[in-house]
Design a protein around this ligand. Structure first.
Ligand SMILES: [Fe+2]
Ligand SMILES: [Fe+2]
Length: 399
C-alpha cells in the first residue's frame, strides 16, 4: 500500500494529509493543508502511536488493517495527545479491535472518558517509565501543556527516535515525501512558525521545559503529529522551537495597519519609508482588515518590532486591530519593540489596550505615539518617518 510509508524497517507512517479542511480548530486557515501523522511500530508487540482526526478515519483504519494482516494484531495504542485531531479514530479502533490497550497517563484517562466514554483497558504509565516491546524500549516523558495538560512524548531508546506529539510540528500537508530531506523545507518553515506561534507559542515556558527534559538524550529522528518527519537533522527543528519559545526574534519590522479612508495608510507608508531610509528591507506590511490574524501573529513572533497603525472606531481601536492586539496579549508574546501611530475624529481611543500589552509583556514603546486628527498633516507624516528611523536604530541598539 503506497500510502503507508516506511520510516525504518519496523516503523511506519500511517497518517493522512488533509487538503480539504479550511480552518484548523475552526480558526486557523490551512491554505497548504495539514498532516495528521500517526505511526505503527512493529516488534514482538505492535504499537500504534497516536491516531488521526475524525475526517481521516477511513484511510487510517485501512492502513492499520493492512499492517495487522501483515504483522499481526496491535497490542498497544500510545496516546501522546488527546486533542481530537489525533484522538479522532480511537473509538473506531476500539470497536474493531477491542483488545488494544491504550497507554496514557491519568490526565489522558480523564479526556478519554469525557470525549469518548472510554474507561477500560488502559495501561497507566508514569513520567520517565519504560516499556519493552521486544528489541525496542519505549520511554515516556510527560510534557504537560505542550499543548494540553495530558501531553506526553514517547522516546524509543534503542533507535533514539522521538514521537513528540504537537511539539516540533507545523502546518502544511506533506507533498509527496514525509522526511525533512525529501521536502522543500523553505516552503514549510513559514507554516511551521505559523503553527508554533498560533497553537503552541502561548505555552512557550512549557516548550522550554520539554526541551530541557530531552536535552540528555540523543535524538536521531523526530516524528511529530504534524508536518515533516525529521531524520537528517532533528536538531534543526529543536533549535527553531527553542528560539521561538524563548521569544527570540530576527531583525525586521511588522507594520500592522488598518485604514478606513486611507488616512492611517498614509501614516503607515511614511513609517515604512522611515524604516527603509535606515536600509531595512525586512518590512512586513499587513492590512489587518484583509489578512488573517494568524499571519500577523506569525510575523510578530518572527521579527523584533511591531508598529501598529490604527484608526479610532467607537472611541477604541479599529476592531480588526483590537482583535489582533488582544490575541497577541493572549498568546503572551514578549520582548518586542512597539510603535503606535493612528488617527481619530473626535476622541483618540484604544491606545490603552496597546499600552497594557507593552507593560504586561515587556514591549518597549517607541516615543512618541503619533495621533493625527482626521488626517495626517505634513508634520505628522514627518514624525511617522522619524518613528520608522528610530525603530531601526532601537533594533540596532538592542542587538
Ligand atoms: Fe494539539
Ligand atoms: Fe495537533
Amino acid at each position: 500500500m503506497d500510502s503507508i510509508i516506511s520510516i525504518t524497517e519496523d516503523l511506519f507512517w500511517i497518517g493522512n494529509n488533509d487538503r480539504t479542511t479550511d480552518l484548523f480548530e475552526s480558526l486557523w486557515p490551512l491554505p497548504r493543508g495539514v498532516s495528521y501523522n500517526a505511526y505503527l511500530l512493529v516488534d514482538e508487540k505492535r504499537v500504534l502511536i497516536d491516531t488521526v482526526k475524525s475526517n481521516s478515519i477511513d484511510t487510517y483504519i485501512e492502513k492499520v488493517d493492512y499492517l495487522v494482516q501483515k504483522y499481526g494484531k496491535v497490542d498497544y495504542l500510545i496516546i501522546n495527545h488527546m486533542e481530537p485531531d489525533h484522538s479522532g479514530a480511537i473509538s473506531v479502533l476500539r470497536t474493531i479491535w477491542p483488545e488494544i490497550k491504550i497507554i496514557g497517563n491519568k490526565k489522558t484517562a480523564e479526556f478519554l472518558k469525557e470525549f469518548y466514554g472510554i474507561t477500560e483497558n488502559i495501561l497507566f504509565i508514569e513520567d520517565g517509565e519504560e516499556l519493552s516491546i521486544g528489541k525496542h524500549r519505549l520511554k515516556f516523558f510527560f510534557t504537560p501543556m505542550v499543548h494540553w495538560p495530558e501531553t506526553m512524548m514517547t522516546y524509543e531508546v534503542t533507535r533514539q527516535m522521538l514521537f513528540s506529539g504537537d511539539a516540533f510540528g507545523g502546518f502544511g500537508a506533506l507533498n509527496g515525501g514525509i522526511f525533512d530531506d525529501e521536502v522543500d523545507l523553505a516552503y514549510y518553515e513559514d507554516e511551521i512558525l505559523r503553527y508554533f506561534s498560533n497553537i503552541v507559542g502561548k505555552y512557550s515556558p512549557m516548550v522550554q521545559k520539554a526541551i530541557q527534559k530531552l536535552a540528555p538524550f540523543q535524538i536521531r529522528l523526530i516524528a511529530s503529529t504534524h508536518g515533516p518527519v525529521w531524520r537528517s537533522d532533528p536538531r534543526e527543528i529543536i533549535n527553531l522551537y527553542d528560539k521561538w519559545s524563548r521569544h527570540e526574534a530576527e531583525e525586521g519590522v511588522v507594520l500592522a495597519y488598518g485604514s478606513m479612508y486611507g488616512n492611517t495608510a498614509k501614516m503607515m507608508e511614511a513609517v515604512a519609508r522611515g524604516l527603509n531610509s535606515e536600509k531595512l528591507s525586512t518590512i512586513r506590511i499587513h492590512n489587518v482588515s484583509g489578512v488573517h490574524l494568524s499571519y500577523l501573529i506569525r510575523d510578530a513572533w518572527k521579527y523584533k518590532a511591531v508598529i501598529f497603525a490604527s484608526p479610532t472606531y467607537d472611541t477604541s481601536l479599529f476592531p480588526p486591530m483590537d482583535h489582533f492586539v488582544r490575541m497577541l496579549e493572549r498568546k503572551s508574546l514578549k520582548n518586542r519593540i512597539m510603535g503606535i501611530v493612528g488617527t481619530y475624529g473626535w476622541s483618540g481611543g484604544g491606545i490603552k489596550v496597546l499600552e497594557e500589552l507593552a507593560e504586561k509583556h515587556n514591549w518597549r514603546l517607541l516615543d512618541p505615539t503619533i495621533l493625527a486628527k482626521c488626517s495626517p498633516k505634513e508634520e505628522d507624516l514627518r514624525e511617522c518617518f522619524e518613528l520608522g528611523r528610530k525603530c531601526v536604530c532601537r533594533m540596532k541598539e538592542e542587538k
